[in-house]
Design a protein around this ligand. Sequence first.
Ligand SMILES: Nc1ncnc2c1ncn2[C@@H]1O[C@H](COP(=O)(O)OS(=O)(=O)O)[C@@H](OP(=O)(O)O)[C@H]1O
Ligand SMILES: [Mg+2]
Ligand SMILES: [Mg+2]
Ligand SMILES: [Mg+2]
Length: 356
Amino acid sequence: MVTAPSYTHELQVAQLAVQRATILTKRVFHEKAKGTVDKNDKSPVTIGDFGAQALIIAALKHNFPEDAIVAEEEAAQLKEDANLRDTIWNLVKDTKLDDEEAEKTLGGAIKSVDSMLELIDLGNSPGGSKGRIWTIDPIDGTKGFLRGGQYAVCLGLMVDGEVRVGVLGCPNLPVDDSARLTADIGSNATDEGRGVLFSAVEYKGANSRPLTTGGLSPDSKHIGMRPIEDLTKATFCESVEAGHSAHDDQAVISQKLGITEPSVRMDSQAKYGSIARGAGDIYLRLPVKATYQEKIWDHAAGDLIVRESGGQVTDIHGKRLDFSIGRTLANNKGVVAAPLPVHERVLKVVQEVLKI
Ligand SMILES: Nc1ncnc2c1ncn2[C@@H]1O[C@H](COP(=O)(O)OS(=O)(=O)O)[C@@H](OP(=O)(O)O)[C@H]1O
Ligand SMILES: [Mg+2]
Ligand SMILES: [Mg+2]
Ligand SMILES: [Mg+2]
């Protein structure tokens, strides 16, 4: 019998790296150091995005120097803007885990501002179907982050085009796995009782544990989707931004499925984590613009965490998400994520409504 690799070291490093990055993002938010700059695509990019990406890549390079990395941000802008670069460096240079062993595992602090810029740009791999490739979204749901709503620090490891390890740090989700999603989840940012680290390894199931500022919390639990036969009792979640997923189509689908609760809108892959632990049930992301290609860093970790929790994740055509063809999911359109026993029913209604 061939046993599946356990990816023990990869999982440990990934969780610690994400946990350390969330310390930085929370500092940025609380110290009101938020500076927003426009990238070419006009999405907000903050100090937090660059800082978190540098810290995660430093940890990956220390432990897995040969691995390729596909990350969302690039340092070009920082090279031209000394103020922005120095603000980020001041945060990055002394953000560390409050645990010596854990810091040692991650390789300790970044040595200089120049190495920080180099590290950020190591995330420029084109991706693909061969070998080991990490994918990073240093802050997913940038708008949620800025608003004090949901965001996630996301890290996935793909080997030969399949996601094998996925980690999501969600500082503003309740620690309590049994807390059902509420309508204010997208905007409510009290620190009390919040902060969760989701993880999954292929064939090994998914877990959640409280985010800490030191080593990994020993309080790790298996998570699973809510067994749901009666879809009228389902909770579905969707993006906050109407430009990111088609709210009107999603409302019609929800109605056709007999869902009575209004949708829960929240930013980021916190949607995947939330349905994986049964706080919600269904995540719909139907395309608004036919030409938009979803990015692998927006889905890799969440896709594995949901599938390892007893869910299915496909696009609107019923195809599994294909992470093997580069930086985008060019072979897929949209996302339909639901518990495995009901996924086909949900997909059928999606296709009826979209007339595909
Ligand atoms: N047009 C379009 N369609 C679909 N998706 C898009 C689009 N434009 C951007 N993005 C990506 O959406 C990421 C955030 O997705 P969310 O589901 O969290 O949406 S939202 O927060 O409600 O905006 C967001 O991730 P971050 O940039 O990491 O925040 C983008 O990568
Ligand atoms: Mg972005
Ligand atoms: Mg994103
Ligand atoms: Mg991002």
